[in-house]
Design a protein around this ligand. Structure first.
Ligand SMILES: *Cc1c(COP(=O)(O)O)cnc(C)c1O
Ligand SMILES: [Zn+2]
Length: 418
């Protein structure tokens, strides 16, 4: 394999040791901490020119993705999601320029696809025939689809009874081996990490640094979609904290490339029952204290021991950002608000960015004039049960004109013109 020249190395975020990307490695073999992808050179000439000739998508940016030129991407056309100017919602929360980057528009309905297109391409490049992950649902749905696309086998570990229906059926439909464990996500992750260290199975949780490389492209897209005015605040729901770390890495690389002058503040949002990172940020701690029994209606961020906590703390602090906590009631209210004021239907975890934004504005952390982007991470159809449980059921009436008319007139919305 001597002729394969990679454009990157892997570096430990703790001890700084570097590793050859030919190896299958997820964490530092010396100290056990996480690895990050570091490019050999970021002097890429007229890179912007080349990018402009390609559609907005993850692979538009392939010069700064850690994949060999000779490797064919495993792709379903991920990325290129809508950046929606939300004037009505902006007015409601008190902002002049608010955008929603709607990651629910990805092929399997969440931002995980950005990571999986790169991660599964890497698995194939490394010659792996099996991939696996632990998941609260979306990682599994995405990995199942990309494994099917690549023609390799997929093993999924999920907490029994705690995965939203829409996500579960995706993994089943794509033919993954779905194993429900009697335990939570953090336990599932521990098991799958052991499995992948003992067998020739490629691990695609967000400890895998290659997944985060795909996810960082959200930052590149924001720069291109808002050009020439980059965002000043980016609000991101935080679970395992891979995404906020990845997006920050993307902005740092843009700056190193001379493609933006200022980086935005990274503003994280966690759910009240699962907020170890918010706690560490608010208390000024250097480490997180894991939450043993995380609970929240936002199952995608129901995580007590976020693996990427160290990367995330750095992202938040280096960017001048912070992390806010929102209750389940605030999340559901934000989900309703976004769906009704802008026509964007997202799952509860995603709505936490809107709920968090309200608090950032109320506390003066986000100012009225600052160009702000909320990332909504997954599609509303992922979790139909939460809507059935928390919204009024549609009216049932007799099949006559009169009863339909009566139902409309008695509606609280009074939708018939006078
Ligand atoms: C995975 C996921 C998150 C959490 O992202 P992390 O990278 O784990 O912080 C948030 N929302 C949705 C919809 C997700 O699928
Ligand atoms: Zn190390």
């Amino acid at each position: 394999m001597g002729e394969r020249r990679f454009n990157h190395i892997l570096r430990c975020i703790n001890c700084g040791r570097t590793f050859d990307p030919e190896e299958v490695l997820y964490t530092c073999s010396h100290c056990g901490d996480l690895l990050t992808v570091e490019y050999r050179e970021l002097d890429l000439g007229d890179i912007d020119e080349r990018w402009r000739g390609r559609p907005i998508s993850v692979w538009r940016y392939r010069e700064i993705l850690p994949i060999l030129d000779s490797t064919k991407p495993v792709t379903l056309s991920e990325g290129g999601t809508g950046l929606h100017a939300c004037d009505r919602l902006g007015k409601l929360v008190g902002l002049k320029e608010l955008y929603v980057k709607n990651e629910g528009e990805n092929p399997t309905g969440s931002f995980k696809d950005r990571g999986m297109t790169v991660g599964v391409t890497k698995a194939v490049e490394l010659g792996m025939r099996y991939v696996a992950c632990a998941s609260t649902g979306n990682t599994a749905a995405s990995l199942s689809a990309y494994a099917a696309r690549a023609g390799i086998r997929c093993i999924i570990l999920i907490p029994a009874g705690k995965v939203a229906l829409g996500k579960l059926v995706q993994s089943v439909a794509h033919g993954a081996k779905v194993i429900q464990i009697r335990g939570n996500f953090d336990q599932a992750l521990k098991i799958v990490r052991e499995l992948c260290s003992k067998e020739k199975i490629y691990l695609l949780n967000s400890v895998n640094p290659y997944r985060l490389e795909g996810q960082k492209t959200l930052a590149f897209e924001l720069r291109d979609q808002l050009y020439p005015n980059p965002p000043e605040n980016v609000v991101v729901p935080v679970g395992n904290a891979g995404n906020i770390s990845a997006i920050w890495k993307g902005f740092c690389e843009l700056k190193a490339l001379g493609l933006i002058e200022e980086t935005p503040r990274m503003l994280g949002v966690q759910a009240k029952g699962a907020a170890p990172i918010a706690h560490a940020v608010k208390e000024g701690l250097d480490e997180i204290e894991p939450v043993a029994k995380p609970e929240t209606v936002a199952t995608a961020i129901r995580i007590g021991a976020p693996v990427n906590w160290k990367k995330a703390l750095r992202a938040v602090r280096d960017s001048g950002g912070t992390v806010e906590v929102v209750s389940d009631e605030e999340i559901l209210e934000a989900q309703r608000l976004l769906a009704r004021s802008e026509g964007i239907f997202v799952e509860p975890a995603s709505a936490s960015s809107i709920a968090g934004l309200k608090k950032f504005v109320a506390s003066g952390i986000v100012k009225r004039d600052e160009r702000t982007v909320c990332v909504t991470t997954g599609h509303g159809l992922k979790d139909p049960q939460v809507i059935l449980d928390n919204f009024p059921s549609p009216t049932v009436v007799d099949a006559t004109f009169e009863s339909v008319r009566e139902a409309i007139e008695s509606s609280y919305m009074a939708i018939l013109p006078a």
